[in-house]
Design a protein around this ligand. Structure first.
Ligand code: BG6
Length: 459
């Protein structure tokens, strides 16, 4: 079997192991780690769940998902080896008493080191922690927690306090899978290792910054979660504020998390909600399964914000994200100030699905005396087959980092607190304002009202 030997048996227990996230991301991620020899020989994967599955039934279910979503090829031999790591364990996750059975199972399997993965709705976090705390004594365990961490700051604080009664602070991993994306990490290299970008990354040269994460999918089968959350809590509070913090932070001298935090703290509280925040809902959302019939949940958000520090004074940052939009595209656009009234230079960091860097600038039109022509340089990283095959997917990278105890790629608790502060205040102002919830057609770029904020690139 592929793998490195160590003495203690270790297990990752995935709560929510029959959910979409596990099938699409976690299991394929673990399969990849297995395929490249990064899992110890005695590393187990435990899937507790209330469904009446056997382990072999569960293995049969996950095979097509791995075939579809894993970057490593599925061969019979590798898959058989991988599936030996897996056990399905029937239990009722919210039921504290059932954790006694789980403990007995761990004993039988001789598992001494634990990683728990909470891939469930936040409402379940407390119940699972109670069960673990009551019966599972090994408190060196690690816990990986999916976002959103609570529904607001108060909620998040309660969760954090409860988790801290059992797990050591250093063993709590708040996952934000955007931090594991190749091109998000690349922002650091582009910004700080190129004189041509590093020295112009400020208010004197940059006119505005746009961050877009448009999705073509709708709520799919997740409405019971999404309808309570909405785009602001699902994408903005976590992923997109994290991206913003990396795009705009000061150069880290050591601790990058500290610089991200300083940046998050410097976001100016919103002063004019009507001119800064546009929320939308796609047409047909109210007919989706499990969506309440008069739901006011937003599936789109566009936001203008400012950062109150020397580097960025007066520079608007625009962030938007939405479901059922025309294209699936995540990108950061840096618009530079115009020189001599010429068309503006533009740098686009393409995060997904294409990964790359695009730069637009001006040259003289050949043969003309003084006419300008806009041209571009386009580096497509994901077009290079080798990069594609060798680039770990975000979840694979983050799972491995958590196994190794490396917290660099995870959100810090202080980031979560600061983001919730900003978002709670924003949503309170929105509720108190006369702002509407706009509808937008499916396959569009969102409500036209969002064009009030700026000229979006990628319309
Ligand atoms: C998740 C959100 O965190 O991120 C989903 O809950 C969203 O609603 C997803 O679709 C987007 O992730 P990615 O990697 O496809 O951009």
């Amino acid at each position: 079997m592929t793998g490195l030997k160590t003495t203690k048996n270790t297990a990752i227990t995935i709560f929510g192991g029959t959910g979409d996230l596990t099938y699409r991301k976690l299991i394929p991620g673990l399969y990849n780690l297995h395929a490249i020899g990064k899992l110890k020989e005695n590393f187990k994967i435990i899937i507790p769940g209330r469904r009446n599955y056997t382990t072999s039934k569960y293995i049969e279910i996950i095979k097509p998902w791995i075939e579809k979503y894993s970057r490593k090829k599925v061969t019979e031999e590798l898959f058989n080896e991988f599936s030996k790591r897996i056990s399905y364990f029937k239990m009722n996750i919210p039921e504290t008493e059932d954790y006694k059975k789980l403990q007995d199972f761990y004993k039988k399997e001789d598992i001494e080191e634990h990683i728990y993965y909470y891939a469930v709705a936040p409402a379940m976090f407390l119940k699972i922690t109670k069960g673990i705390k009551t019966y599972l004594k090994e408190n060196k365990a690690k816990v990986i927690i999916e976002k959103p961490f609570g529904e607001n700051l108060e909620d998040a604080t309660k969760l954090n306090e409860e988790l801290s009664t059992f797990f050591d602070k250093n063993n709590i991993f708040h996952i934000d899978h955007y931090l594991g994306k190749e091109m998000i990490q690349n922002i650091l290299s582009v910004r700080f290792n190129n004189a041509i970008f590093k020295n112009i990354w400020n208010k004197d040269i940059i006119e505005s910054v746009q961050i877009t994460a448009s999705e073509t999918v709708g709520v799919e089968s997740r409405a019971s979660y999404y309808d309570k959350s909405g785009a602001v809590r699902d994408m903005l509070q976590n992923h997109l504020l994290q991206v913003l913090s990396i795009v705009a932070m000061e150069e880290p001298k050591g601790d990058m998390k500290k610089e991200q935090l300083n940046l998050l703290k410097a976001i100016k509280p919103c002063e004019n909600i009507e001119e800064s925040l546009i929320l939308g809902q796609y047409e047909g959302y109210l007919k989706e399964e499990n969506v309440s019939k008069n739901s006011k949940t937003e599936t789109y958000v566009a936001l203008k914000l400012e950062i109150d520090n020397e580097r960025w004074k007066g520079v608007p940052f625009f962030i938007r994200t939405g479901k059922r939009m025309l294209t699936r595209e995540t990108q950061v656009v840096i618009k530079f100030k115009s020189e001599n009234k010429a068309p503006q230079n533009m740098l686009v960091i393409k995060i997904q699905p294409t990964e790359g860097i695009y730069l637009k600038f001006n040259v003289k039109k050949p043969g003309s005396v003084n006419t300008l022509k806009e041209v571009s340089m386009d580096f497509c990283q994901s077009c290079i087959l080798e990069s594609k095959i060798n680039t770990p997917e975000a979840y694979e990278r983050l799972l491995y980092a958590a196994l190794k105890g490396n917290k660099m790629l995870f959100s810090k608790w202080e980031h979560i607190v600061t983001s919730w502060h900003y978002i709670d205040d924003l949503m309170k102002k929105y509720k108190e304002s006369s702002s509407k919830l706009y509808t937008y057609p499916q396959d569009s770029m969102g409500p036209v009202e969002a064009n009030r904020l700026t000229d979006w690139i990628l319309d």
